[in-house]
Design a protein around this ligand. Structure first.
Ligand code: HEM
Length: 422
């Protein structure tokens, strides 16, 4: 009999720390606990006796895990708590839970739409949308919840436009997406509601697919429906599963980067002034936002064979959870990692993951962030928090549920609006 030695144990933060519990992440302890873990045991067995897993909190072992899909597979799920049946249904057919030949076939089917060139046509419409929304928010003069009013609508506008979803369906689909990926409640009834939301999303895209097959347009669903990949067309199930994957990738991450950026600038006003004084820093600012906010809280893998990771011996079948926000604060890689610096360089963050599953939507996410910042530079002089932000209850979606701020108008806005707000 093989005896598995699962040490060191994750002890950072004390015995009340439960990284599998979504509610733990509504507080602000995670980064401190993760910092202690990086120093004491960067790869550690977590939650022993409660469906345990390995936690990777340091940059270098995390990169090793992400770059070795043969040893650390995504095909058995890539997030903690994802259900066995739903992963089994999607494995090998949905990009993010596929490896090897399946992944290589599905990736080009997505990549065409997300290349910088493919996105160029979208940019001006996106700029107008963001600009219009920001002017409205700034013009209101009082506190606004920028999660609901800016961070959620902007990525929805982009993705639904790219997918050819009719305008009248956006609210319904956005609601189903939020319900389908809301993992705050781990009770079976809540899991059943999530499954029901995904079933409704699948049904929606089966209908849209049928329409696009009959009358193809210039949109992602039509492209997936009418092209050959790896010598054969995608099946209807593959198309619908990957539409669901795009909603997850596009609507559950970018909002957290946008609202997280606004909070970071509210708390570091000198960095906002710095960026306004030198817009040439926009590119480094976007990368710093991605590092500092790190929207996905983790990426999970399962070991396909025994492996060594730092001081830990991983057994076949063990789950390995890479805590991305922690890796992005690793002091061995990022000097003064807790500082938010718009001119940070180099900045090889893991905000988009690494290896073959590196975010396929990265260029789109960068474009969205850049558009929001550019618009804000022209419209917003200062950002003030007016209430304690509410964090999302999730170990996967690392970000805010609500953020109330006042956006002080920049001079150009004041002039165009015909007078100062106060
Ligand atoms: C700030 C915004 C975003 C962040 C921080 C982010 C982060 C990530 C990360 C960390 C992964 C790797 C997951 C893993 O290794 O298991 C990933 C994969 C993925 N992302 Fe993003 N993402 C963002 C925006 C988007 C957008 C806008 C889309 C598309 C609309 C998208 C679609 C995807 C897809 C389909 C994958 C799977 C790629 C693969 O498995 O090959 N993401 N993303």
């Amino acid at each position: 009999m093989v005896v598995t030695d699962r040490t060191p144990l994750f002890v950072a933060g004390g015995s009340d720390v439960d990284l599998a519990d979504p509610q733990f992440f509504t507080g602000d302890r995670f980064l401190d606990v993760a910092g202690e873990a990086r120093r004491r045991h960067p790869v550690a067995w977590t939650n022993p006796g409660r469906d345990g897993f390995w936690s990777v909190t340091a940059y270098r072992p995390a990169r090793d895990v992400l770059r070795q899909p043969e040893t650390f597979t995504s095909t058995r799920g890539m997030r903690l708590g994802s259900g066995g049946a739903s992963v089994a249904a999607a494995s090998g057919r949905m990009l993010v839970v596929s490896d090897g030949a399946d992944h290589q076939r599905l990736r080009p089917a997505h990549a065409r739409w997300f290349s910088s060139r493919g996105l160029a046509d979208l940019a001006s419409g996106l700029r107008d949308t963001v600009e219009h929304r920001l002017r409205d928010l700034v013009g209101r003069g009082g506190p606004v919840d920028v999660v609901a009013e800016l961070a959620l609508p902007v990525p929805s506008w982009v993705l639904f436009t790219m997918m050819g979803v009719p305008r009248e369906d956006w609210d319904e689909l956005a609601g189903l997406t939020a319900a389908g990926f809301d993992d705050a409640d781990t009770a079976p009834a809540a899991a059943a509601e999530r499954t029901a939301a995904h079933s409704a999303i699948f049904a929606y895209f089966f209908d849209l697919l049928e329409q696009r097959r009959a009358d193809p347009g210039d949109d992602i669903v039509s492209t997936l429906a009418t092209s050959n990949y790896g010598g054969r067309p995608l099946t209807d199930e593959e198309i619908v599963l990957n539409c669901d994957g795009l909603l997850n990738g596009g609507l559950e991450t970018t909002p957290h980067a946008i609202s997280g950026a606004i909070l970071a600038f509210a708390r570091h006003p000198e960095q906002w002034r710095r960026l306004r004084a030198d817009p040439g820093l926009l590119d480094t600012a976007v990368e710093e936002i991605l590092r500092y906010t790190s929207p996905p809280g983790h990426a999970m893998r399962t070991a396909t064979r025994p492996a060594t990771l730092g001081a830990a011996t991983i057994a076949e079948g063990d789950r390995v959870v890479v805590w991305l926000p922690s890796c992005n604060r690793d002091e061995d890689v990022f000097p003064e990692p807790d500082r938010f610096l718009v001119d940070r360089r180099p900045n090889k963050h893991l905000g988009f993951g690494g290896g073959p599953h590196y975010c396929v939507g990265a260029a789109l996410a960068r474009l969205e962030l850049r558009c929001v910042l550019e618009s804000m530079l022209g419209t917003v002089a200062d950002i003030h928090e007016t209430a304690q932000p509410a964090r999302q209850a999730s170990n996967f979606l690392n970000g805010l549920r609500r953020l109330d701020v006042v956006l002080d108008p920049a001079v150009s806005t004041v002039t165009r609006a015909g007078g100062p707000r106060r």
